[in-house]
Design a binder for this molecule. Structure first.
Ligand SMILES: Nc1ncnc2c1ncn2[C@@H]1O[C@H](COP(=O)(O)OP(=O)(O)OP(=O)(O)O)[C@@H](O)[C@H]1O
Ligand SMILES: [Mg+2]
Length: 300
């Protein structure tokens, strides 16, 4: 592999959402600020949506690292759970000792007791759910019940949902309008601009201990175009570019490596093909027009 060849200490474009590689881009920074200020105001329910591969899971992890001791983070990365499983997973995260035969109602009370105990210590639990678009209706209803847990003065629990745009579609269903009304803060993660992709690629290369020049700036605007600024796609394409450059023993990537990498990535190729077709059609049109002109076609 190219890691040693290019003197990287880690693979620069790994798909794992590793917070060491977090790049403080405007959308991710803003989202983090919105969530942290909503939590500090005890706003209860917060939602962050974003297209596939825009950095939601990375943001979840970053948020957990950023929470002060005032908060107890309870992270559920996989919400394919029945309401009972959801309750058990939440109780587990709170550190409640769960025996197998504990009844649902007993567990609910145990959760409430634990949240009240935290409150007395001046702390508050934050339930962070990734992939929230996969929550069933019953699981969403369970969350609503959790969010009802409060003292006379304040909430005992805050909930942050991260999900793909389908989460918004699910929440627009009248069945869950009570939850929808409780969401006091929302943020939509956008994809990166061309300038941000440029910075992002440089940041990942140097964070991994390599040189900025490995993927020259001239190629980055093209990478931004074909990936539409989606971080995961940028990682996939850049990894393939470096593989090709390494395969030829080059000290930096070229247009040839980049175009080959893009054609090898379905989600990016689609973006390239129509444009290429336009170029080919234009060349063909010019060629036909000149041929007609040369042979003195009537009307030209
Ligand atoms: N701000 C950022 N800084 C560094 N890397 C990022 C950033 N945003 C996204 N990435 C990287 O992009 C890739 C995709 O991110 P992530 O897995 O968090 O996306 P996602 O929105 O959770 O996707 P999905 O909807 O499929 O769950 C990961 O490798 C992640 O590290
Ligand atoms: Mg994710």
């Amino acid at each position: 592999m190219y890691q040693g060849f290019y003197h990287f200490t880690e693979m620069p474009f790994s798909l794992t959402p590793n917070t060491d590689f977090f790049c403080a881009l405007a959308p991710h920074n803003e989202a983090l600020k919105v969530i942290l200020s909503a939590l500090s105001m005890s706003e209860g329910f917060i939602k962050v949506t974003g297209e596939v591969g825009t950095g939601k899971t990375l943001l979840c992890r970053k948020l957990i690292n950023h929470l002060s001791d005032k908060f107890v983070a309870c992270y559920l990365p996989n919400p394919y759970l029945t309401p009972d499983e959801l309750r058990i997973a939440f109780a587990n995260e709170l550190g409640i000792d769960i025996s197998n035969d504990v009844a649902a109602q007993g567990l609910h009370s145990a959760i409430e007791t634990k949240l009240l105990a935290l409150k007395k210590e001046g702390r508050q639990a934050v339930l962070i759910i990734d992939e929230a678009q996969s929550l069933s209706w019953d699981a969403l209803e369970m969350l609503r019940l959790f969010s009802n847990l409060e003292t006379e003065k304040s909430k005992l629990l805050q909930i942050v949902l991260f999900g793909q745009p389908e989460l918004d579609a699910n929440l627009s269903n009248p069945k869950v309008r009570q939850i929808r009304q409780r969401i006091s803060f929302s943020y939509t993660l956008r994809t990166m601009t061309s300038a941000e992709v440029d910075y992002y690629i440089g940041h990942r290369l140097t964070t991994a201990g390599g040189s900025e020049q490995l993927i020259p700036k001239g190629l980055r605007a093209f990478i931004a175009l074909v990936t539409r600024g989606t971080p995961r796609l940028v990682n996939i394409v850049c990894h393939k570019i470096l593989l090709r450059a390494y395969g030829q023993g080059k000290s930096a990537a070229s247009w040839q490596h980049t175009i080959n990498a893009v054609f090898d990535t379905d989600d990016c190729k689609r973006r390239l093909v129509p444009r290429q077709s336009i170029v080919i059609l234009s060349i063909a049109a010019v060629a036909v027009a000149s041929a007609l002109h040369l042979y003195g076609a009537p009307g030209l």
